[in-house]
Design a protein around this ligand. Structure first.
Ligand code: PXL
Length: 284
């Protein structure tokens, strides 16, 4: 079985990070090996959440994995809560990254033009360093802006987003995927993806649903990891991830539940193993 090391927090309530990554990657047929960075009562968008920081325990876990001689086909990192954790993850990449496996960094920093609570300028720098070690990165538009020192407070044009995608690839990753990117049509959101090797820019459009669920970025990055592991092309992987998120959002939006509870992924996990009904990707 292919193995994926997943490095992020475990939040007991509200679907995010490991409680999203594990079911998705398991459903796709991979063995997930979590390296939890913290245990939270609920993800950090809930007021008064409690948190146990596992930073002091991460090195011990990593040492044991080294003693066991573990090999991971993919390494996926998501939400990290401190620069110290980012340093540990960077060393993990050096130790466990090989020519034949790949590292995907989801540079979780913020959304909707704002940093998440607890994120700092120093952490943006730490995330930028991790992106340099990755083969694939999956920022949303806000995170792309923070990584590049740009602002997305005003309207970002399609042309600018495409430019940001290319500029991020100069940090090193072969694939840069920007989610929540603008499109010419306000009823659509775009995901754009750049392949630095063949210099092709892809786009997958999707209808806009006026709701926002935490953890959708984590789900997106997890599906991309799974698709690339099975050998999908970049645009195919993006197509499937966009399709999955769209189905998940629609399986949630009709209910009156609190959006903070996240996407009802349990209702749509089976789509991960069904053929895509159609390809939507286009070359930009
Ligand atoms: O979905 C990203 C995420 C992951 N983990 C925690 C979070 C968030 C977003 O708010 O709070 C703890």
């Amino acid at each position: 079985m292919k193995k994926v090391a997943a490095i992020e927090d475990l939040s007991g309530y509200g679907r995010a990070s490991l409680t999203v990554a594990i079911p998705i990657l398991s459903s796709m047929g991979y063995q997930v090996c979590p390296l939890p960075t913290a245990i939270l009562s609920a993800h950090s968008e809930y007021k008064n959440f409690r948190s146990v920081d596992l930073t002091p325990h991460m090195s011990g876990i990593i040492d044991h994995w080294k003693e066991l001689g573990l090999y991971f086909d993919a390494i996926y990192s998501g939400y990290l809560a401190s620069v110290e954790q980012m340093d540990i993850v960077s060393r993990f990449f050096e130790d466990f990254g090989h020519k034949d496996n790949f590292i995907l960094v989801d540079p979780v920093l913020g959304d909707h033009n704002r940093l998440y609570p607890g994120m700092s300028q120093e952490m943006i720098g730490g995330m930028r360093e991790l992106c340099k070690q990755a083969r694939v990165i999956t920022p949303n538009l806000t995170e792309a802006a923070f990584l590049l020192g740009e602002s997305c407070a005003g309207q970002v044009s399609v042309k600018e987003a495409v430019e940001w995608c290319r500029r991020l690839s100069e940090y090193g990753p072969e694939y840069v995927i920007i989610t929540s990117a603008p499109s010419e049509n306000n009823n659509n959101v775009a995901t754009i993806a750049y392949d630095r090797t063949d210099k092709r820019m892809w786009r997958v459009m999707c209808d806009y649903v006026p709701a926002s669920y935490p953890g959708t970025g984590d789900a997106f990055a997890s599906v991309i990891t799974g698709c690339l592991l099975k050998g999908d092309s970049l645009p195919e992987a993006v197509d499937r991830a966009v399709y999955f998120i769209n189905m998940g959002i629609k399986a949630t939006f009709g209910y009156r539940q609190d959006p903070l509870d996240g996407m009802n992924q349990e209702k749509v996990l089976h789509y991960l193993n069904e053929p895509l009904p159609y390809y939507r990707y286009e070359l930009l």
